[in-house]
Design a protein around this ligand. Structure first.
Ligand SMILES: NC(=O)c1ccc[n+]([C@@H]2O[C@H](COP(=O)([O-])OP(=O)(O)OC[C@H]3O[C@@H](n4cnc5c(N)ncnc54)[C@H](O)[C@@H]3O)[C@@H](O)[C@H]2O)c1
Length: 285
């Protein structure tokens, strides 16, 4: 989408971090921005900041883990701006731990927000973009944890790999409908993600403040400026770039994974069990 001027964007998790960075970059490029966040106060603060600069912005409280809530946010976006062209499924929470040891409440939280949140975003907004027939762009925030398995992050990895897979399919399915797509795979970005439980709903264990003194907090503080990610996402939308990486220095991790996958194929090619076996030679789709 080369010309973004006057286009309407809906961003989940737009009250903080990369979502806020996107809101700033999109608005500065002449887009109308609807910020959705589970925390209304930071979202409203962001809107005030954008409006003070003369940009068009509004916000809505949304819990992306609820289809009803995401649908209401979509309705609100149309009520306020009349249209929607860009969807950024960005809200996410970080849950660490081994898959077998992570509490089921935390498993449910990370899946409900990071995976179902993206599904609900697609379900509520894509029919609107299709019906408008003016083209559009959908970007979902995954992670480098959607590209390579990170130690001690099984549940988070599971959700982010799912988002990458879903967006690869989405891009292929909707090219013909003039809806382009991206998947954002950030490295370390200096946001509040380490403090994700600050607004964790009661059903998942309630709010807990981060200590701010662990290694993850230190690493995050030294990460990329989220406003730069906002500019990068805008650039990706304008260039129709699918994979959006924020840290080119991490390319070796992807190369190592690809080499290991190819080695798996080479092993299969030489396996006694498969030797001479009948194969379909294709995959559906
Ligand atoms: N910061 C990093 O290093 C990093 C790296 C890779 C991927 N990510 C991903 O980036 C995305 C943005 O996170 P961030 O790093 O900017 O963190 P952040 O905590 O600064 O921002 C996340 C925003 O999402 C909101 N949110 C949380 N739960 C929500 C819900 N149920 N409904 C609606 N909004 C909700 C929060 O209130 C917050 O405003 C997430 O998907 C995260 O997994 C972050």
């Amino acid at each position: 989408m080369k010309d973004v001027t006057g286009k309407v964007a809906f961003i989940t998790g737009g009250g903080s971090g990369m979502g806020l960075g996107m809101a700033r970059s999109f608005a500065a490029a002449g887009m109308k921005v609807m910020i959705g966040d589970i925390q209304l106060e930071p979202a409203q603060k962001a809107v005030d900041e954008l409006k003070a600069k003369g940009y068009e912005a509004a916000c809505v409280q949304v819990d992306v883990s609820s289809m009803e809530s995401v649908q209401a946010a979509a309705d609100k976006t149309i009520e306020v701006f009349g249209k929607v062209h860009v969807l950024s499924n960005n809200a996410g929470v970080a849950v660490g731990g081994y898959s077998e040891a992570c509490s089921m409440r935390n498993w449910n939280w990370v899946v409900d927000v990071n995976l179902w949140g993206v599904v609900y975003g697609l379900q509520a907004f894509v029919p609107l973009i299709l019906a408008q027939d003016e083209g559009g762009h959908v970007i979902s925030t995954a992670s480098m944890a959607g590209m390579v398995g990170l130690r001690g992050a099984g549940p988070y990895n599971a959700t982010k790999f799912a988002v990458v897979g879903m967006m690869e399919t989405f891009a292929a399915d909707h090219r013909k409908h003039n809806i382009s797509a991206s998947v954002l795979c950030p490295g370390i970005v200096a946001t509040n993600i380490g403090d994700s439980a600050r607004n964790r709903p009661e059903e998942y264990g309630g709010a807990v403040a981060a200590s701010g003194k662990d290694k993850t907090a230190e690493m995050l503080a030294g990460g990329l400026d989220p406003d730069i990610v906002g500019d990068l996402v805008l650039e990706a939308i304008q260039d129709d770039q699918f994979y959006v990486f924020t840290d080119p220095g991490l390319k070796h991790l992807i190369e190592t994974r690809c080499e290991r996958i190819i080695a798996g194929y080479d092993w299969a090619s030489n396996s006694k069990s498969l030797d001479g076996a009948k194969q379909s030679g294709g995959l559906p789709g």
